[in-house]
Design a protein around this ligand. Structure first.
Ligand code: C5J
Length: 270
């Protein structure tokens, strides 16, 4: 089954949009750090980063590197609830998988030799060759398996934009905001958020839907995103998102704020 959505083509690209503009009445406001994150499900994508057996299950790449993979398992339940909520709104869902071609032609030699380990990417493991496309360990854990119509994006690097067509897919769908989840917080999640931020996408990271083998890196990684007024984006919990995603703005005050003309847009005469 081909789950990769290449069928959305807009040669002219989306209309330029002021980033403060409230696009539609379906905007909702998610309580978040450093302040509320406004989104419209129609112009937002949920990105699920690298929830692969190789990172989450015993016998994969994560464990091979000496990590306690059970630390990532706690992400699965809240992420499943977010996935269900996003699917209910019709939001675009994108799953990424870190991995390489069987001949390793897309794997930088530095990535293969880093760590000076005898077992590396491409080595045989209990779940097939480590981080190789098509192998059991490379695929997404069954609880979070993609469904028909969702994008599955194979990436050779840590960031989801590097050497992929992610930006093209997002711009063709007029996506301006990303809800970012997955593993690991300080590696592939952080790299993707930084890449997205530099490309002008607004990112909301769900803390309990991200995980790390190093709890302190997870904590600091989330703080780094929301620090300095949201230098890379926003941070919230799955519950903060779900409380408004399925029910709309929580209070009349929030609804009024979202309906009001944005001061920045108004100043520009838009
Ligand atoms: C790592 C990832 N940690 N998905 N990959 O090597 O974060």
């Amino acid at each position: 089954m081909d789950l990769i959505a290449y069928n959305v083509v807009d040669i002219a690209g989306p209309e330029p949009r002021n980033r403060h503009q409230k696009e539609t009445p379906s905007m909702i406001s998610v309580p978040a750090e450093p302040y509320e994150f406004d989104l419209d499900p129609a112009t937002t994508a949920l990105i699920v980063i690298d929830m692969q057996r190789d990172f989450l299950q015993p016998g994969g790449f994560g464990e091979m590197l000496g990590n306690d993979v059970s630390l990532l398992g706690r992400v699965v339940a809240p992420l499943r609830r977010v996935l269900d909520g996003a699917r209910a709104t019709g939001m675009l869902v994108i799953h990424t998988r870190e991995g390489h071609r069987p001949d390793l032609a897309d794997c930088p030699p530095a990535k293969l030799t880093r760590g000076r380990s005898a077992t590396t990417i491409g080595s045989p493991g209990p779940k097939g060759r480590i981080l190789i496309r098509g192998e059991e360990g490379h695929d997404i854990v069954p609880e979070l398996a993609p469904i028909e119509g969702e994008v599955v994006l194979d990436k050779p690097g840590k960031g989801a934009f590097y050497a992929t067509d992610l930006e093209l897919l997002l711009r063709n769908r007029s996506i301006t905001r990303l809800i970012v989840t997955g593993v690991t917080t300080e590696v592939c999640v952080h790299t993707t958020v930084r890449e997205a931020n530099d490309r002008g996408f607004e990112c909301l990271v769900l803390g309990d839907c991200c995980g790390s083998y190093f709890p302190e890196f997870h904590e600091v990684g989330l703080k780094m995103i929301a620090a300095q007024g949201g230098i890379f984006g926003w941070v919230a919990t799955s519950q903060q998102l779900l409380s408004v995603l399925t029910e709309g703005p929580a209070t009349p005050e929030t609804a009024a704020r979202l309906a009001a003309p944005d001061p920045v847009t108004a100043d520009l005469g838009a």
